[in-house]
Structure formats: structure tokens, C-alpha cells
Design a protein around this ligand. Structure first.
Ligand code: KG4
Ligand code: ZN
Length: 347
């Protein structure tokens, strides 16, 4: 790579993953020099979900060693960092503030600019870390905190087309996994267990919400799983675990497939069969093997963010800042940047 023009430190702490990245840019070229994440999963398993206050404290402890490891691996002296990219919204406010304070400390020490990064935009735009996709595209963001369709006109201009009214798809996996007693976060575990199950053996209802195009609902699904489990003996649950997982996963995946079709036909007013605009799927649930299989089968031009950039990671944060140099706030104005917990209303 030619002489770098920016060496960006990416910081992601919006939920329960502490993640840091050093990304180098030279003109259009971008190279991830180091990307390291520290997952709090093993601690949060105990509660079956994220405890915001604990997550914030864990970030404080995880950041110093992670920073040293990441800078060493990148072979970068802290003084040579030219830019900070930090997730400022949306997320849990305590965890967000922890990452933002690291960013501001660096900005202050090196007198460098900082980019405030929208975590949701970064999830979708992570596609460009590995593939070149033309704008506009239809974005489907499926994560633990959000499930939404976006019309993506550029890396910083996205219009929301539809959202979940209640739980996110990842939340449905995690809450279902808690009921099934498979561990946290449950998405990957349910995905793995489903591989030896039959999705048709134990089926779960799909919430169509036909009168509200583009709107999704996943909270009824976990209730139907709970009701189903209450009628089963512990032995039976154990024996049927792969089928239960496969049936439950299928309901989530088919909901996303049906809602993608509905968005294309009823919101974008386009012919489903002729629709060839790229569809980009990002966020933790985009790792799901059945979702990849079903969407690839049903849609012509569908692209999935690479698994290592799907779940929360600072690579996508640094990368988004690299794509949007004009959005850098110079020092010292960047010290005024604030964190915001919510950006998408579930209504
Ligand atoms: O994007 P992400 O890391 O965090 C948020 O921004 O929320 O997504 C985490 C979510 C969790 O709910 C996790 O269970 C889910 O992604 N997940 C999966 C898979 N891998 C992670 N869900 C289904 N199948 C997977 N293979
Ligand atoms: Zn995320």
C-alpha cells in the first residue's frame, strides 16, 4: 500500500463487545491492520442477556489491554494515529460513553479529528470491506438490537423503509435460546443445533402483519415457544431440541424473507421477479446459515456482510469513517461530540 493518508483508530462499545481496530487508508484503498474484540458473553451468560451497567464497567476494564494488543499488532505508535472513529449512536448509553471517552482522550492527546459513527449505517456499509456494491441498494439490518429495512442511497444517506414493532430478530434468537436453555448469545447456538433438526416437525407461527407493510413483529414467537415448552416434559424437550431450534429459526427466517418481498412489492412498488437492485444483509443475524440459504434462493442479487464484520466490531466503525472523510469533526470541536442511545423508533 502507498504512503497512508489516514491511520484510523476505530472504537466500538455500543453493547457488550469491546472492539478496537486500526485501519489505514491511502486514497480509495483501505487496509485493516488490526482488529480485536473482547466479548463479555461468558459473563453475561449468567444473566441470559446484557446488563447495561455491568457491560459499561466491563468495557472500562477491557479497553486498556485491548488497546495495547491492537496497537502492537498493527505496529502503530499511538502518536501516529491520525483519526478517531467512534460509535456514538445508537446503543446503551453507559457502554457508548465508555468508548467515546477513549476516543476523546486520544483526540485530546494527538489533537486529531474524530468521526461520530452511526452503528447501524456501519453494519450495512461493512459490505464494502469485502465487496463493491452499487448504490442505491436495499439494506436489511438484522442484529440483536435492531431489525430494519433501509433504502441506502450512499454510505451516509439511508431512508428507513420498515422496522420491527417489538423485538429484533437477534433478540428473538436470544430470548428463545433462554427459554430453550441453550446459552447466550443464542443465535449461533440455535443455528448450529438446527442443522440436525427438521424445521417442519415443530412449526411456529409467522407474524404477517399484512395490514402494515414492512412492519415486523417477533415478540409473539417467543411466547408461542414458551407455551409449547410448557406442554412438554423435560426429557421430550431435550430429545426434540434440534427440531425445536430448527422450527423456531425457520419462523424468524421466513418472516424476514416474506417481509423482504413485501418491502420490494408494497413499499418500493417494484416487480418482485424483476427486482435486481442489490440487497445487502448485515448485523449479527446475517451470520445465520439458514437466512443466507433462504434469501440467496429467493432473491437475485443478495449480498451478505462477511461473518467477521457482521457481529459488532470496530472494523466496520473505522471503515465507515474512512468512507466519510467529510464527516470528520476537527479538534477541538470533536470534543463536543455526544452519545445518543436511540435513533430508530419502533412505531
Ligand atoms: O450485530 P450484533 O453483534 O449486535 C447488535 O448490534 O445488536 O448482533 C448480535 C446478535 C445476537 O442476538 C446473536 O444471537 C445474533 O446476533 N447472532 C446470530 C448468529 N450469530 C450471531 N443469530 C442467528 N444466527 C447466527 N449464526
Ligand atoms: Zn450491532
Amino acid at each position: 500500500m502507498p504512503t497512508p493518508d489516514r491511520i484510523i483508530l476505530g472504537i466500538e462499545t455500543s453493547c457488550d463487545d469491546t472492539s478496537l481496530c486500526v485501519l489505514e487508508t491511502s486514497g480509495e484503498e483501505k487496509k485493516v491492520l488490526a482488529l480485536n474484540s473482547y466479548s463479555q458473553d461468558f459473563m453475561l451468560k449468567k444473566w441470559g442477556g446484557v446488563v447495561p451497567e455491568l457491560a459499561a464497567r466491563n468495557h472500562v476494564e477491557a479497553i486498556p489491554p485491548l488497546l495495547k494488543i491492537t496497537l502492537d499488532e498493527a505496529g502503530i505508535d499511538p502518536k501516529n494515529i491520525t483519526d478517531i472513529a467512534v460509535t456514538t449512536h445508537p446503543g446503551l448509553i453507559g457502554p457508548l460513553l465508555t468508548g467515546m471517552n477513549l476516543g476523546k482522550t486520544f483526540a485530546l492527546l494527538n489533537k486529531i479529528p474524530m468521526t461520530s459513527v452511526n452503528h447501524l449505517f456501519a453494519h450495512l456499509e461493512a459490505i464494502h470491506l469485502t465487496e463493491k456494491i452499487q448504490y442505491p441498494y436495499l439494506g436489511l439490518l438484522v442484529s440483536g438490537g435492531h431489525t430494519a429495512f433501509w433504502w441506502v442511497k450512499s454510505s451516509s444517506d439511508m431512508e428507513i423503509l420498515g422496522t420491527t414493532l417489538d423485538d429484533a430478530a437477534g433478540e428473538a434468537f436470544d430470548k428463545g435460546g433462554k427459554l430453550l436453555g441453550v446459552g447466550y448469545p443464542a443465535g449461533r447456538i440455535i443455528d448450529d443445533l438446527s442443522k440436525s433438526g427438521d424445521p417442519k416437525k415443530i412449526s411456529f407461527p409467522i407474524s404477517y402483519l399484512r395490514d402494515r407493510p414492512g412492519k415486523m413483529s417477533f415478540s409473539g414467537l417467543k411466547t408461542s415457544l414458551r407455551v409449547r415448552l410448557e406442554k412438554m416434559a423435560p426429557e421430550e424437550i431435550k430429545e426434540s431440541l434440534p427440531d425445536l431450534c430448527a422450527g423456531y429459526q425457520e419462523a424468524i427466517v421466513q418472516t424476514l424473507r416474506i417481509k423482504t418481498e413485501e418491502i420490494i412489492e408494497k413499499i418500493l412498488n417494484q416487480n418482485l421477479r424483476k427486482f435486481s437492485t442489490p440487497i445487502v444483509v448485515g448485523g449479527g443475524v446475517a451470520c445465520n446459515s439458514r437466512l443466507r440459504e433462504i434469501l440467496s434462493k429467493h432473491f437475485k442479487n443478495v449480498h451478505f456482510v462477511a461473518p467477521k464484520y457482521c457481529t459488532d466490531n470496530a472494523g466496520m466503525i473505522a471503515h465507515w469513517a474512512a468512507l466519510n472523510p467529510e464527516l470528520r469533526l476537527p479538534f477541538p470541536e470533536c470534543l463536543e461530540i455526544d452519545a445518543l442511545s436511540k435513533v430508530v423508533e419502533k412505531k
